[in-house]
Design a protein around this ligand. Structure first.
Ligand code: MN3
Length: 207
């Protein structure tokens, strides 16, 4: 199988009360699993089963006839990282020096970053994601994408992303997407993982 559903890196109830076990059970065991299953089926059909996930995301984004494969492969990539972008007792202004400096240089302050990141997530009309990506000249940028689209498809490197599909927050926050996004930044973000991706630098694709 090309794609494999990972175990969550923490217990289902580990993110309570900011993200409930009910949300994680549905989101991981049903939604993410469906992207993996459908993605494998479509990658096989497209003759791309031997490629890396990153290659499949890029190839299927460029080829509009492969939109269904892109939707599922993109969402698989997004969720692989999303689980790692959270941790118990995460969030707040708790990151290492270089990343903190980049946030300050790019947005003015951590609070300005927080405001813009939440605003991007709230402003994404319908389903999608909000992202923190590597920009030019060592700066960081915020972007938002619809549905399963991600920075990778646009040749950009995401170091943080948040799922704003309703399945990610409706059980815990109902329609209050802003409250969910604030709780994500204040209480859930795994800054160690963000720093790891920041230090790794731009994604390199074999393709
Ligand atoms: Mn999701």
């Amino acid at each position: 199988m090309t794609f494999k559903l990972p175990e969550l890196p923490y217990a289902y109830d580990a993110l309570d009360p900011y993200m409930s076990s009910e949300t994680l059970e549905f989101h991981h065991d049903k939604h993410h699993k469906a992207y993996v299953d459908k993605g494998n089926e479509l990658a096989e059909k497209a003759g791309l089963a031997g490629k890396s996930l990153e290659e499949i995301v890029v190839i299927s984004y460029k080829d509009k006839s492969q939109q269904p494969l892109f939707n599922n492969a993109g969402q698989h990539w997004n969720h692989l990282h999303f689980w790692n972008w959270m941790k118990p007792n995460g969030g707040g202004k708790k990151m290492d020096g270089a990343l903190e400096k980049a946030l300050n240089d790019s947005f003015g302050s951590f609070d300005d970053f927080r405001g813009k990141f939440v605003e991007a997530g709230v402003g994404q009309f319908g389903s999608g994601w909000a992202w923190l990506v590597l920009g030019t000249n060592g700066k960081l940028e915020i972007m938002k994408t619809p549905n399963g689209e991600n920075p990778l498809a646009h040749g950009k490197t995401a170091i943080l992303g948040v799922d704003v599909w309703e399945h990610s927050y409706y059980i815990d926050y109902r329609n209050a997407r802003a409250k969910y996004l604030e709780a994500f930044v204040d209480n859930l973000v795994n800054w160690e993982y963000v720093a790891e991706l920041f230090e790794k630098g731009p994604v390199k694709l074999a393709a």
